[in-house]
Design a protein around this ligand. Structure first.
Ligand SMILES: [Ca+2]
Ligand SMILES: [Ca+2]
Ligand SMILES: [Ca+2]
Length: 304
């Protein structure tokens, strides 16, 4: 919903010199979505469950577009994890149609509030929260709660799945970024390219998702693509290209952060990072696209 739309229910009370008063205000677009039973498309595949990744995909409160008064209660069993050896633990969940900044939904893990879901209208967006290890129950059911529309003004959202992933070490943290101006393949538009390396033993096909955030942690753009990747000496690189247009529209200088990275491959490899990379402190006037109105469509290329 590009702009906040509201519908007013007006009571035609006996006419007075003050006219009628609007007594309720709702988010019109979300009401229409709710009535029309909009089926969100383009969700993000969940990571494969393994001994350090725990996933809940099908529960009563998942896969359902819920509004205003609803709270989503999701149970996630977390197995035998040695928390003393864990580097980071991440709560990961894709949310559909977070109409930021008007719609505010809060995520909780076992009663601990991790703050707002990020996202965009009519779009799936992967949310990742680095969680305090002390908030996790091992060999037990963990409770994730989404408090929808904390201001109760008619907004709606849907969650497809939730996962908690434990990261035992930082592999290949040497990611890189650069500005590319006037590249022929982008019709003269400029973009910010972030290259992420991850361990991968063989050529394969992956679903890749990654978001670009500004220094305040606000969502700028996300990339979701299926890509063929090649492996060289056990390592693959994914180049994420974020259009200058999206960065210009967000209107904040860098450094920018790439987070919510989820790469899930057909050969069983997956690469997840809540916070993968922080870029150089670019300023907006370095983006030629800020004055050339480039395309808003993010795209992605793979090297190696
Ligand atoms: Ca609510
Ligand atoms: Ca919404
Ligand atoms: Ca699901």
């Amino acid at each position: 919903m590009k702009s906040f739309s509201a519908v007013s229910i007006v009571l035609g009370v006996a006419s007075s010199s003050f006219g009628s008063q609007s007594i309720f205000s709702f988010a019109l677009d979300d009401i229409i979505n709710s009535v029309a039973g909009v089926i969100p498309t383009g969700s993000i595949p969940h990571p494969y469950p393994n001994n350090r990744t725990f996933v809940a995909d099908e529960q009563e409160d998942l896969d359902s577009y819920e509004c205003t008064d609803a709270k989503l209660n999701i149970e996630l069993f977390i197995g035998d994890i040695d928390l003393s050896k864990v580097n980071t633990a991440s709560l990961i969940l894709p949310a559909f149609d977070v109409d930021a900044p008007f719609e505010i939904n809060h995520a909780y893990l076992n009663g601990n509030n991790y703050g707002e879901l990020k996202g965009k209208e009519d779009t799936w967006h992967l949310n990742t929260f680095v969680v305090d290890k002390n908030h996790i129950l091992v060999n037990a059911i963990n409770k994730i709660m989404i408090d929808i529309d904390i201001k109760n003004t008619g907004w709606c959202v849907e969650i497809d799945w939730v996962a908690v992933e434990f990261d035992y070490h930082n592999v290949f943290p040497n990611h890189s970024d650069k500005l590319v101006d006037n590249h022929p393949t982008t019709n003269g538009n400029s973009y910010l390219e972030v290259s992420l390396e991850f361990e991968n033993p063989s050529d394969t096909t992956c679903n890749a998702q990654a978001s670009l955030l500004d220094p305040d942690g606000e969502f700028i753009a996300s990339i979701t693509r299926v890509v063929d990747i090649t492996s060289s000496q056990g390592i693959s690189t994914i180049d994420l290209k974020y259009s200058a247009g999206d960065i210009c529209r967000n209107n904040k200088n860098g450094p920018y952060a790439v987070g919510g990275v989820l790469v899930t491959c057909d050969n069983g490899i997956q690469f997840l990072k809540a916070n993968a990379h922080t870029t150089t402190a670019y300023s907006l006037n370095q983006f030629e696209g800020c004055t050339h109105k480039p395309s808003s469509v993010p795209f992605l290329q793979v090297q190696k």
